[in-house]
Design a protein around this ligand. Sequence first.
Ligand code: F6P
Length: 548
Amino acid sequence: MSDCTQFPAWKELRDHKRDMAKIQMRFLFAEDPKRFKRFSMDAVGILLDYSKNRITNTTMRLLTQIALDAELPNAIEAMFGGEKINRTEGRAVLHTALRNQSGNPVLVDGEDVMPLVRGVLARMRAFTDAVRSGEWLGHTGKRITDIVNIGIGGSDLGPVMVTQALTYYAQAGLKAHFVSNVDPSQMMETLAVVNPETTLFIVASKTFSTPETLLNAQAARRWLVKQLGTEKAVAKHFVAVSTNTKKVQAFGIDTANMFEFWDWVGGRYSIWSAVGLPVALMIGMDNFEELQAGGYAMDEHFRSAPLEKNMPVIMALLGIWHNDFWNADSHAVFPYDQYLGRFPAYLQQLDMESNGKSVTFDGKQVHCQTGPIIWGEPGCNGQHAFFQLVHQGTRLVPADFLVAVESHHPVEHQHEVLLSNCFAQTKALMRGKTRDEARVELIRAGMTGDSLEALLPHKVFPGNRPSSTLLYRKLTPRTLGSLIALYEHKVFVQGVIWNINSFDQWGVELGKQLAGAIESGLLSDERVTEHDSSTNGLMNACKRMRAS
Ligand code: F6P
């Protein structure tokens, strides 16, 4: 493994960037009528248009060379082959096995994990069918109407995002709720709207030791037992999703009601596992398997397509280009698809928990920027909120635009308005508006003289702002599966090039450790003195305010 900044292509890219800084994309489009054809591609029903980026053939050739120098093809095979590429935790990384439809074995430590995977999928099918058909009844004999998923991070964001994205496919009469925050308001507001007799709680935690989740699960359990008057009710109203059988038992959930997954599935990659149970309950197991099939289709593309025609690789390389050569601090994701409202939040964990690292595999400081800040909101809403900065602010914000060709809900020509806005934004970002163009517009609007000159600078758009567009026919379970896998692999490719471990998350530990000591200080009556003055001051202020 090596330092990517020392690759000859990296150095060439630095020089090339200086040349590219003199070129406006609008001229590249004017020069080359085939630019869209040259810089767009289709895979598994998704079209990626990356022509509106500051790239030429040379850029893409050099970026691809970086991927080759980082031995990306070997890294891809190592991941799919079950090697323990998560070296700091000594684990394989095999979320791809969860959606593997090849019929081939996938080995971890010499054992084929596919029978385990299929076994849990079969149990999920039996359980979700029973709940959806009304065969599984609550303790008092009533049908389940509400599902409350209790989990946080990867045990929440995937289920929330996918459930919302596939609402169109949800079973009528079933409602999903998600409680993640230890802030009791979320659980209390949820319990206020569900009926204990008809509610199923899913406690989802890979480790089954995450305090937020366990506290919420205990609160829900106390509530249920109180409402239904017996501990026995728990068996019909609580199921668990975890890798930790002992802790599930210790919590008091019968392992007959536990859906297992394994340590080779990272939390933020776990939507394909039993963590997807709330999704499968809402949309049915057939649709859940369609989601997996979409992920598998992207896996096959990623494994087999040459690097220069490989969608996750291209997106990863463009990200590296913006991040490491143009100093873009963030990467925006704008779904012009209301169903994908939580997709940016989902990608925040996927990308920032994976690639928010500053030491390489061998423990050395990295010499380049790693993962960007991921953010975004659905369009058109973003246009009326923060797009001003994206168009005319001082920062470079590379962005992905995602949009379906067809809506699930054709209403007049509203979907065409959505599409038009999406395409107009990427065009405006690319072209901008020159001083001359702005001047002509103002003259046409009847302005002249000093007032024209005063307004003119405000009407100029610098343009040359990069974006990529992902276009798909309709947001189906299969398409969504492919989109999620696309971003998973993009993040993986970037991690390989930066030579960082995309699959651990030690950076979340320190705050967790400190919270314990702070909690005991807050619970005691003593004045707090053992922390820094800010932390002491805040804790003592809490006590004062509480007492007043
Ligand atoms: O604190 C970060 C994290 O470990 C995430 O990686 C994970 O998705 C989340 O917490 C929840 O963990 P668990 O599923 O074990 O409760």
